[in-house]
Design a protein around this ligand. Structure first.
Ligand SMILES: NC(=O)c1ccc[n+]([C@@H]2O[C@H](COP(=O)([O-])OP(=O)(O)OC[C@H]3O[C@@H](n4cnc5c(N)ncnc54)[C@H](O)[C@@H]3O)[C@@H](O)[C@H]2O)c1
Length: 390
């Protein structure tokens, strides 16, 4: 963490839910004055208590000292008056519900209320900057600043009008929070990490939807061979199956990907309709608390895990290559993002380099044979890998 940056004294957070509470606390701990605005008085009345809880966690993981907390909490203000929230804000971070119309309206309102130099940002997880930025006049000072719960990674993405100066302020703002900024070269739905996690979880869902694998086999394979504390189905339960299903319905990518998504959506929809949303309802792919994958004997049976892991890791690295080939981020940035978000010490391109082009090709053929990627996708990725410096 460094000192607050000169351009930003006060940050306004639109939406005082989970992300508004967490992100405003992080900024307050870093020395910024923050104001949270929400439509709901009830939500605003819960901010102080929620932030005390989050602050305890931040102290426990060593993000800040216990002594820093009272000063930070004293820098937090809440209001349900948008004009009051906008007054004096140098930077606005919007975390309202994930609906394009609501986000556009919120930005149009703050565009009118804020001073001319204020930068507006959205924390959207699945929308594009260009789907929101038309609602504001200050397109040059509008961007996505996307945080990840429990990770230091922040994605920064400009839209068609965003200036380099705006991106630079946001990058330095993230560094001042002790965060890891990843400036994407162009917009990409789901950014880098959500794109990679999406490839992992969708592959896992495809494998069980077809009866090629079981939930424990998939998770055990990932956890064992990647030394990970949670597998793809544990992650799906953590995110919430309703949220995952909504994101899948919103996604727009290639026809190949769309066909694969629609092959797994019914499985999720059935579980959502039955009220099994994952960890938050106590039941999803696993039962909670005292979940099966947390028990010591979960990893004991290693049968079939190597081949399964190869398919899962293949899907992730394949998507990483496609993201780089699409010009969204350089390979080293893809690796940096994955490492920061997942707390791992290697990234997908480390695996690609380890494999080399021939073995990467072999892995791609296995993914094609299992109908997890198409021939066209495999060729494109192979082309890119062949051109990577050795
Ligand atoms: N939860 C995550 O892990 C996560 C991570 C990164 C980004 N995001 C994104 O952050 C956003 C918010 O997610 P969340 O988990 O904090 O949701 P949440 O439901 O906890 O909070 C949303 C808040 O927005 C408020 N709100 C709705 N419409 C509003 C408006 N017009 N003006 C002001 N406030 C309004 C609601 O009252 C609610 O308090 C979404 O876009 C989500 O995709 C979430």
């Amino acid at each position: 963490m460094t000192a607050p940056i000169e351009e930003v004294g006060t940050v306004c957070y639109i939406g005082a839910g989970t992300m508004g509470c967490v992100n405003s606390l992080v900024a307050a701990v870093s020395g910024y004055d923050v104001v949270l605005y929400d439509l709901s008085e009830e939500t605003l009345s819960m901010v102080a208590e929620r932030q005390r809880g989050f602050a305890e966690h931040m102290v426990a993981i060593g993000y800040c000292t216990a002594e820093a907390v009272p000063d930070a909490l004293a820098r937090v203000r809440t209001t349900s008056d948008p004009a009051d929230a906008a007054a004096g804000a140098d930077l606005v971070s919007e975390s309202v519900v994930e609906q394009v119309g609501i986000k556009r309206d919120a930005h149009a309102l703050f565009d009118r209320l804020c001073g001319p130099s204020t930068i507006l940002t959205t924390n959207t997880s699945s929308l594009l900057v260009s789907e929101i930025e038309g609602a504001v006049e200050r397109g040059g000072r509008f961007a996505a600043l996307h945080s990840h719960l429990g990770s230091p990674l922040y994605d920064i993405v400009g839209g068609p009008r965003t200036t380099p100066e705006t991106i630079d302020v946001l990058r330095r703002f993230v560094l001042s929070l002790g965060g890891v900024p990843l400036v994407l070269r162009r917009e990409y739905r789901g950014y880098v990490v959500n794109g990679l996690i999406g490839a992992l979880t969708r592959t896992a869902l495809q494998l069980i939807a077809r009866g090629d694998a079981t939930v424990p086999l998939v998770d055990r394979s990932w956890m064992l061979h990647r030394s990970a504390p949670i597998g793809p189905f544990g992650l799906l339960d953590l995110f919430g199956l309703d949220v995952v299903a909504d994101n899948m319905r919103n996604a727009t990518d290639s026809a190949d990907q769309a066909a694969r998504r629609s092959s797994v959506l019914p499985l999720l929809t059935d579980m959502v309709e039955a009220g099994n949303l994952g960890m938050k309802t106590g039941s999803g792919f696993y039962e909670y608390p005292d979940t099966a994958y947390g028990r010591p004997d979960f990893l004991e049976d290693q049968t079939g895990t190597e081949a399964m892991h190869r398919l899962l890791v293949g899907a992730v690295i394949h998507r990483a290559v496609v993201i780089a080939a699409d010009g969204v981020a350089e390979p080293e940035d893809v690796d940096r993002a994955w490492q920061a978000a997942m707390g791992l010490d290697s990234g997908p391109f480390d695996v690609v380099r380890e494999l080399g082009p021939d073995e990467f090709g072999e892995m791609s053929r296995e993914l094609v044979a299992s109908d997890l990627i198409s021939e066209t996708e495999a060729h494109r990725a192979q082309d890119y890998v062949n051109r990577l410096p050795r």
